[in-house]
Each structure stands twice: as structure tokens, then as C-alpha cells.
Design a binder for this molecule. Sequence first.
Ligand SMILES: [Mn+2]
Length: 281
Amino acid sequence: MDKRAVDVAVLSDLHLGTYGSQAEVIVGYLRSISPQLLILNGDIIDIWQFNKHYFPAAHLEVIREILNLLSNGTRVIYITGNHDEALRRYSGISLGNFQIADKLLLEINGRLTWIFHGDVFDNTTRGGAKILARLGSAGYGLLMQVNSFINNFIVLLGYERISLSKKLVAGVNKAIAAMNNMERIASELAIERHYDFVICGHSHQPCKKTISTNKGSVVYLNCGDWVEHSTALEYQNNQWNLNEYKKPVSQAANTGKGSPAINVITDEVGLHYHSLKETTI
Ligand SMILES: [Mn+2]
């Protein structure tokens, strides 16, 4: 398959390690491009909702594709997000053409693009509210189950069903307000700093628009996500484009071919990890 040459590709919110991540589609996209610079703009490996029993081969394949790009000369910058904030302590680390950073300023042909995940401007993921946001994302399905369970009881007792929809709508509205907040603050700061473009992730809302204030204007871009959308930002021919990846039909049959299924359940096998400090075993 011919790879499409792009100067820069920016993608975020892959949420690898969660059930929602469309890992096979991500692999398809990564195989379709040949970028000089690949920017992973946060929430790549979801450490918040990480379940040690769930990291399927397709998710590892994404990491392998990124390593492939690295070994073929692509420079890869991993910008930390809130779901992978555990990596923030490694910010500044550089291994060959791989780097970890919290934010990035990119200058191409004299024009400046400011790139960061965006959660720092979202107050629902800060401080005490962070715990609520975290419970919210992990417990949404559980909440719905509990709600229907309670309602079944209530109906049995002859009362009317309780609707959580009002509360949910209020929560969603709050989330939308928080995202608008992120977009506005990021753009205002970018305008003050005389940047030409600002790129965030985090909101899972792919976007490209000009935002103006009385101090000037900036192009606000959001790379979207790989849970609900399959979108990436690409810089080519001196401009940023929002690209929606469509998986080729023929690719579906190729995934996972050639590797036999592993049927040893390692969780049920005694594994003895030990370090050199230990004297026994
Ligand atoms: Mn995020």
C-alpha cells in the first residue's frame, strides 16, 4: 500500500487500553501515512481506566506501528494528557527521535502552532472535580445499570419511574461548557502570544475554526479522537487540514492474520517476578 507523505500528523485521544478504542482503525491510519513528524497529543494510553486484563493485540499493534514509524525516521513527540498524566513526570525525556513533552510550539515557515492536550483549561478534570470526572467516565455504564435496577423496584412498588435524564443533561451541558471554556482560554492565550494556530485534543470534538477577540485572531484546531471519530490533523502544503480517516474495506480481512491464537491464560499460571536483590528462588 502506498503511504501518503505528510509533513506533520497530530492525533490524540486514542484511549488505548479501554474498550472504546478503535485500535484497528488507528493502525490502518498509521500505516497509510509517512509523516516527518508525528505528534501524539495526549490520552494515548489510558492509564486512568487502565485494566491490566484488557490490552488486546490490536492495541499493541498501534504501539508497534508507532515504533515502526520511529525506526523509519519519523520524529515522534508524545504530549501528555489527563488520562496519561502519569507520564508528566517524564516530560522532557528524549530517546533518539522520540520525546515526551507537556506542550509544544512548532514553527513552520515562520508561522507558529501551539500544541497541547487542553485538560489544564478544563476545570472538570482539575483537583477534586477530577475524581468526579473520573468516576463519571468509568462509572457511566454502571450508573445506567443501577438506575434501571432501582426503577424496576420502584415500578414493582407501584410508583413512577425516576428519570436520571435531567441530571444527565445537566452533566452534559456542564461538560459542553467546560469544552467551550478550554477552546476560549486556549485561543485567548494563543492570540496574546501572537501564535497563528492552537491545537488541542481532550474534547473529542474535531474542529477547525477561526476565533477572534479584540486583540486579534487565531485558528483553533482540535484533532478529535479515535473512540467516536477517526480524525487527525495533518500539515501539508503549508496548511493544517482536518482529516477523517476511512478504513479501506479490504483492510478488514487482514487484521490479525498469520498469528495463531494464544491459549495459555497467563493470569492462571504462577509467575514469580523477582529482582536481583532477592536471594531466594
Ligand atoms: Mn483528555
